[in-house]
Every structure is written in structure tokens, then in C-alpha cells.
Design a protein around this ligand. Structure first.
Ligand SMILES: *Cc1c(COP(=O)(O)O)cnc(C)c1O
Length: 431
């Protein structure tokens, strides 16, 4: 058995790329046998409490009977069918559901195959919108620093130019306008100063810009930062005044993670275009969606092309859509809001000791997200091993050790998670 694991790891190391890793000096990978509920079981028998929800996605934990069942039932009908000229229950029911639960003005939907693609689609919609209105010169974007919107080229071009992991491509990427990241924390009392830089940028460049794109309230992979919902209210007003579309990227924040169903619900602000993904299928299959207002849909359709120019092969995949419907129903079937609130208070108390360590820069919690920001970057491979040795799955990056556990996590498991994180963070200071 151990030999088999070694063979598997050896082949993996030699041939297979992992996210953001080297082919010649790859980071260690751990072989997984299975995952169920809040637990990940490695091939060597080690059982880990999952603190990552597989990057925001597995909100109900792994191997959930309801989601398994949705997949099995759909599998016997059809797992895929082309979306050109055909439609089906899973796509229609999911679209109806998403239109119902997202901000009211969003009622046109495009089903995509991944988060990055949904961002590409959102940007393309914005460009086609202005093109259709006879203003093709409005073809740049405005955003904030510390953002993350995905790894495809146009998505890369609106990621933070430094921390967004894509500075290597700066010469080939289209240039956009970046305002400083929102300077206010989530609970800070509002001061108009916080949006001043953005306002100036908009005033200077709105004539050449199609839209503002932003992750509402939580900036994820670009720095795990939380900012005041008030910022979004002001931003919406500015977009209206200066004729810019507003795009919200809710791919990480959607489906309850921040304590509201969507992060923009904290601000009660409705965008013109919105992306959802990640937790959409509860971590089962890749699926995302771009929602838009009727206005956006109508204008694009009245333009020179007359159609929206996009159509991926696996668009509206019935298997993924069926699982997504069950996933959303499952979420709405219980008092998820109280559960997230409870996780928030447990994370807050469980991680608060880290605040006292001199090598820790900041500790912050919002909804089901807990972040310990170190003063210096962590050594990923060694710290990862320590987490595994302690029986938890945490995957830090840069200076950030963070957790967003599945919503089904129980109190004792959450205690274990925060205690072990605290112990390891503490020891980092002794090095
Ligand atoms: C993960 C993420 C994306 C990209 O989604 P993929 O499915 O990985 O392509 C885009 N925007 C945000 C905010 C994300 O967190």
C-alpha cells in the first residue's frame, strides 16, 4: 500500500502540474483516498478536518447524500447535451432559482463552465453593451488593487497587478485603471475619504471605460480583505452618475459565505452584471453563471451583432445544473444564516489569541471566513506538513493563513481547527 502511494506521488511529481507550482521543484502533494462530511481521508489513512471547503466550494461538506442523489438521478437521464438549439429542466430550473435569489434587477443569465469564464463573459457583455450603443471607445475597465478575478487573460488583467499573481504578463495584458484598495474595514464608520481615490479615477477615465469590476465586501485570493458595504453604495452612485456598468464578482462570496446570501446583500446594492461560481454546485462540478439586467440583455441584442458572442461547449451542463439546484435548495432548507453567524463567533473567539503574537499582523473574521495575516510570508511546504500532522487541512498562501470551513462543521471540529491553527501560528514566531 505504502509503495502504491509512493508510485502515485512519484508519477504526479514528474508529470502533473498543480495550481501555481513548478514542474521541476514541485511542492509536496498529499494523496487523498476519499472525503466525506467535514473529513478528508488520505491514502495512508490520515483523517483531516477540512478547513478550506476546497476553495470556497464544498459548503455542505463532501459526499453529501442529497447532492450524490441529484447527480445519480440526472446521470440516468443525460449527463450532457449541447445547449445550442436545445434546452432542459436542469438549466431552466437553476436559472429561475438564481434569478430569484440574486438582486432583483438581474433577470438575464448566461451559464458558464468556470468562474474565470464567467468573468470573461461579464467583461464581454460590458464591452458589447457600449459597442451596441455606438460607444466602442468605452473599452477599458476600472477596478481596485488587491482584487482577484481568475486566471484567464482578461480576468488576469483586472487582478491586482502585484499580488494578483500575474505580473509576469504585464506587458501582454490590456491596461486598465486601478484605484487603491478600499481602505475601510468591514465595521469602520463610513467616511467619504475611503472612496475618494476611486471617485477621482472614475472622473478622469469614465469616457474610455465600460465598467467597474469588483469583488463585493470580500477581496479573496488577492489578499483576504474585508471592506465596508458602504463602499458599494457609493460606488453604485458613481457608476450611475458617470455612465459605467457595475460588475460584481461574487464567485468566492456567493451562497452565504459572508453571512448574507450574496455579499452585495450587506449593502443592498444591485449590480448590472454579476458572476457566481465556486459554491454553486457545492464543490461537485465546475459551473458558474453570469447574470445581467434586462437592460444589458436588450442593448446587446439591439446592437450591430444582434447576439451575445459566446457559447462554450459545456454550456448549461445538465449534471452540474442538477447538482447546483439541489445544492441551493439544501442551503435554503435550513437556517443557514444563524449557522454562519455561529461559525463567525466561534472563529472570532477561537482565533483571537493569535492577535497577541508579535509576528501576527492582523486577525479578521467575517461570516464563515477566518484570516490570520502574518508579518512575513510562511514557508508553505513545511507549514502544510505541520497542519497535516495536527489533523487539519489548511492551505496558506503568502502571509495568509486562513480558513473557510464547510457550513456543516460542528463545534468540537471548529474548536480543533482554531486551536491547531493557533498552535501552529504561535510556533511560527519561535523560528
Ligand atoms: C476563484 C475565483 C475566480 C475564478 O474562478 P475559477 O472557477 O477558478 O476560474 C474569479 N473570481 C473570484 C473572486 C474567485 O474567487
Amino acid at each position: 500500500m505504502t509503495n502504491k502511494i509512493k508510485q502515485l506521488q512519484a508519477f504526479d511529481k514528474e508529470h502533473i502540474w498543480h495550481p501555481y507550482t513548478s514542474m521541476t521543484r514541485p511542492l509536496k502533494t498529499y494523496a487523498v483516498k476519499s472525503a466525506s462530511g467535514v473529513h478528508i481521508t488520505l491514502k495512508d489513512g490520515t483523517r483531516l478536518i477540512d478547513g478550506m471547503s476546497s476553495w470556497w466550494a464544498a459548503i455542505h461538506g463532501y459526499n453529501h447524500p442529497v447532492l450524490n442523489n441529484a447527480a445519480k438521478e440526472q446521470l440516468d437521464k443525460m449527463s450532457h447535451i449541447m445547449f445550442g438549439g436545445l434546452t432542459h429542466d436542469p438549466a431552466v430550473k437553476l436559472s429561475k432559482r438564481l434569478i430569484d435569489i440574486t438582486p432583483e434587477s438581474l433577470n438575464r443569465i448566461f451559464l458558464c463552465d468556470s468562474g474565470s469564464v464567467s468573468v470573461e463573459v461579464a467583461i464581454k457583455m460590458a464591452f458589447q453593451y457600449w459597442h451596441s450603443l455606438g460607444k466602442p471607445q468605452k473599452n477599458k475597465l476600472i477596478t481596485v488593487r488587491s482584487g482577484y478575478h481568475g486566471d484567464t487573460f482578461y480576468a488576469m488583467s483586472v487582478c491586482d497587478p502585484v499580488t494578483g499573481m500575474h505580473h509576469t504578463f504585464k506587458d501582454v495584458l490590456p491596461k486598465h485603471y486601478f484605484a487603491d484598495k478600499p481602505g475601510c474595514k468591514f465595521h469602520d464608520t463610513w467616511d467619504d475619504e475611503y472612496i475618494h481615490a476611486m471617485e477621482t479615477l472614475i472622473q478622469e477615465h469614465y469616457q474610455s471605460c465600460a465598467a467597474v469590476i469588483i469583488e463585493p465586501v470580500v477581496q479573496g485570493a488577492g489578499g483576504m480583505r474585508f471592506y465596508s458595504p458602504h463602499y458599494l453604495k457609493k460606488l453604485k452612485a458613481l457608476c450611475k452618475k458617470y455612465e459605467l456598468l457595475l460588475i460584481f464578482d461574487e464567485i468566492a462570496t456567493g451562497f452565504g459565505r459572508t453571512g448574507k446570501l450574496f455579499a452585495c446583500d450587506h449593502a443592498k446594492v444591485s449590480p448590472d452584471i454579476m458572476c457566481v461560481g465556486k459554491a454553486l454546485t457545492g464543490g461537485y462540478l465546475t459551473l458558474a453563471a453570469t447574470l445581467a439586467t434586462q437592460q444589458v440583455g436588450d442593448v446587446i441584442s439591439q446592437g450591430e451583432c444582434g447576439v451575445f458572442m459566446h457559447g462554450p461547449t459545456y454550456m448549461g451542463n445538465p449534471l452540474a445544473c442538477s447538482i447546483a439546484i439541489s445544492n441551493i435548495n439544501l442551503l435554503l432548507s435550513y437556517d443557514w444564516e444563524s449557522k454562519i453567524h455561529h461559525i463567525e463567533s466561534k472563529l472570532t473567539s477561537g482565533l483571537q489569541d493569535c492577535q497577541n503574537f508579535s509576528h501576527v499582523e492582523d486577525v479578521r473574521v467575517l461570516g464563515g471566513i477566518g484570516v490570520v495575516e502574518m508579518k512575513a510570508p510562511v514557508e508553505i511546504e513545511t507549514i502544510q506538513q505541520k497542519f497535516v500532522d495536527k489533523g487539519i487541512w489548511i492551505r496558506p498562501f503568502g502571509k495568509l493563513i486562513y480558513t473557510m470551513p464547510p457550513y456543516i462543521i460542528e463545534d468540537d471540529q471548529l474548536d480543533t481547527l482554531t486551536q491547531k491553527i493557533t498552535q501552529i501560528v504561535y510556533k511560527e514566531g519561535a523560528q
